[in-house]
Ligand binder design. Structure first.
Ligand SMILES: [Zn+2]
Length: 152
């Protein structure tokens, strides 16, 4: 398991808004599960952008927080064609001059988990990974209980 820190409101757009490309300054050879961490800094200009509005940006949503893990995704592949400014097919979320991390199977956390982030790709502490997994397991168990208690 690795993690990336992303500024709000972009992190929210990944967790809730179908943003499947994260623009990063450096490439990575890592593929696999990735914690999506909302960093302490906010991209204030982006909050009014049409992309973010279309993604359903809601500052009152618990996952609009900063300094916390808010989702898990699978890092499926990385496109580096756009980094030198070249064209690519990574869609509206991709920016020129960045490496495009393609995220699949995004799972928003039921609640944010406060954590310190770092720039780029970083390795989360085992305790943090355990906490994320426990939260998903509890949510799944709660859902199963609710389904079992449904009147037929
Ligand atoms: Zn690309």
């Amino acid at each position: 398991m690795q993690a990336i820190s992303v500024q709000q409101p972009w992190a929210f757009a990944i967790a809730r808004g179908g943003k499947t490309v994260s623009n990063q300054g450096l490439p990575t050879a890592y593929r696999g599960p990735l914690l999506v961490h909302a960093s302490m800094r906010v991209d204030l200009k982006a909050c009014d952008s049409p992309l973010i509005q279309a993604a359903g940006w809601d500052p009152r949503d618990p996952l609009a927080t900063i300094g916390a893990v808010i989702a898990v995704a699978d890092l499926a592949h990385v496109c580096s064609a756009g980094a030198p400014g070249g064209p690519c097919d990574c869609g509206p979320w991709s920016e020129r001059g960045a490496h495009h991390y393609h995220l699949a199977n995004v799972r928003a956390l039921p609640r944010p988990i406060v954590a310190l982030g770092r720039p780029g790709v970083w390795e989360p502490k085992p305790g943090l990974v355990t906490e994320v997994n426990a939260m998903f397991a509890a949510a799944t168990a709660a859902k199963a209980t609710a389904a079992a208690n449904q009147p037929s």
